[in-house]
Design a binder for this molecule. Structure first.
Ligand SMILES: Cc1cc2nc3c(=O)[nH]c(=O)nc-3n(C[C@H](O)[C@H](O)[C@H](O)COP(=O)(O)OP(=O)(O)OC[C@H]3O[C@@H](n4cnc5c(N)ncnc54)[C@H](O)[C@@H]3O)c2cc1C
Length: 445
């Protein structure tokens, strides 16, 4: 940006701030530096590649709309002033996709958290409602949410826009399998309004970081509540835990989550009597009706069941040490040492020694899924080039991979780019994340 453009953006930001103050009230917008800095970071510290490039942007202004309608009003105002808009839920996304790389406005959704309705088989909420709040509201009506990420305090809007899956995905797959029943989205046009979409029409707005439209209100599917148990098992070695991971995915009723770790990874997790030191750990959220079959699987593989616990607190805790979290705990235990790559496929079980050998210090964290296990391979970080060099070897082994070290939209980027030409003609939505002339970015998960 040249000096004239910078000065012009600064005056437009000032004008937008005044307009938003009138629209949202004194507490609805801020240009305070501490608030702008807080709104300009996300969970991308997980990637040493991205971390080495930080800071990647700083918001000029942060707005806190409190309802879906206020989200639309805020977007319209920003568009009229030509100010970039970066939506933000809880800022836990781990690819830098929530960083305002072109400055401008961060649209913080955390106050727009009303749960509008819980009906038979669905829940409707504003985009800033947390996954935990949705689950609790569903539970009160004898229902449960189909899936939620291990960052359970994150928002439904952020999960749909930046996440992929989590607890519940063994049965229900990832986000693109009909989880969202309806969305109210906002396009980046001067008279922005809520646009109600249902079914298939919601899909082009999912997992593209708000680059084709802002999600303001959401309706997602619910299912009948099950009687879950937190299940903790341990093994002498990781191979024994791996040997049962696919059988766990096939238990009936389907488990909500099954995670397993090598002793080094398990030792890094928060201390828990169900995760004994120096043993491979398997943790699961099981329907009470499958605990007996799960116990038989563990014992036949030479392991032992450490504990079976009741209560939502335990199952939430097991969720919160799944997916990327063991990697985060590993990084806390060994600062500035490990990176990770998201991986999938039967080769994770069948060729584990070769998979571990791809990166120095290689360690797999695995999650059971129907069809093919998924996971994260951690390795000792040397350089960005070393990370990418390993992708070729993973492909040779038949391992699917996803690169979590870049922030460009990499799910259906061409479709998103085509949609954004219509819905965001001035390119104001989360700029820097969508290659309008989209190119492949190294994902084969
Ligand atoms: C340790 C760790 C573990 C994780 N585990 C999981 C996991 O198990 N499963 C998983 O899927 N993800 C996981 N993630 C990634 C992330 O935490 C989740 O996807 C989370 O649900 C994102 O929600 P959020 O509210 O924090 O969104 P944010 O991080 O604030 O936003 C995510 C993206 O969506 C955009 N966005 C936010 N709100 C909206 C909106 N209303 N409309 C349009 N765009 C919007 C943002 O600009 C950003 O691009 C993990 C991350 C970390 C660091």
């Amino acid at each position: 940006m040249n000096d004239t453009a910078t000065a012009s953006l600064a005056s437009e930001v000032a004008a937008l701030e005044a307009e938003l103050r009138a629209l949202l009230g004194e507490r609805g917008v801020t240009s305070d530096l501490a608030a702008r800095e807080k709104a300009s970071i996300d969970g991308s510290h997980l990637s040493p590649v991205i971390r080495s490039k930080l800071p990647l942007g700083l918001a000029d202004l942060v707005a806190y709309p409190a309802t879906a309608e206020e989200i639309a009003l805020t977007v319209g105002a920003a568009v009229r002033h030509g100010v970039p808009i970066t939506p933000r839920g809880k800022g836990t996304g781990n690819y830098g996709q929530g960083i305002p790389m072109h400055g401008g406005l961060v649209l913080d959704m955390s106050r727009a958290r009303t749960i509008v309705e819980v009906g038979d088989g669905f829940i409707t909420a504003d985009a800033g409602a947390t996954m935990v709040a949705l689950e609790q509201a569903a539970n009160k009506t004898g229902q449960q949410i189909l899936m939620y990420p291990s960052t359970a305090q994150s928002t439904i809007g952020g999960f749909l826009s930046g996440g992929s899956g989590g607890t519940g995905s063994i049965k229900h797959g990832m986000l693109h399998t009909g989880f969202a029943l309806a969305l109210d989205v906002v396009h980046a046009v001067p008279d922005a309004q809520l646009i109600h979409l249902e079914g298939e029409a919601t899909e082009p707005y999912i997992h593209n970081y708000g680059t084709a439209g802002i999600i303001a209100r959401v309706t997602v599917k619910l299912e009948p509540l099950q009687d879950w148990r937190g299940f903790f098992a341990s093994f002498d070695d990781f191979g024994q835990a791996l040997s049962v991971i696919r059988e766990f995915a096939e238990l009936e009723p389907t488990p909500r989550l099954v995670s397993a770790d090598l002793p080094t990874l398990a030792n890094a997790l928060p201390s828990d009597p169900g995760i004994p030191a120096d043993r491979a750990s398997l943790r699961a959220i099981l329907d009470i009706a499958s605990v007996e079959a799960a116990t038989a699987l563990v014992e036949a593989a030479g392991g032992r069941v450490e504990d079976v616990r009741d209560g939502a607190q335990t199952t939430m805790k097991i969720s919160m040490i799944s997916y990327n979290h063991p990697i985060e705990w590993l990084q806390k235990a060994y600062p500035d040492t490990y990176f990770h790559v998201e991986v999938s496929g039967d080769a994770l079980v069948e060729r584990i020694d070769e998979v571990h050998a791809v990166y120095p210090g290689g360690m797999l964290h695995i999650e059971a899924q129907r069809g093919r296990p998924i996971g994260m391979i951690a390795g000792v970080y040397e350089s960005e080039e070393q990370v990418y060099a390993g992708f070729e070897r993973l492909a040779e082994l038949g391992v699917g991979y996803h690169n979590p070290h870049q922030w460009f939209v990499d799910y259906q980027p061409e479709r998103t780019a085509a949609l954004a030409e219509q819905t965001d003609p001035a390119g104001l939505l989360n700029p820097g994340k969508l290659k309008r002339a989209a190119v492949a970015t190294g994902s084969q998960l």
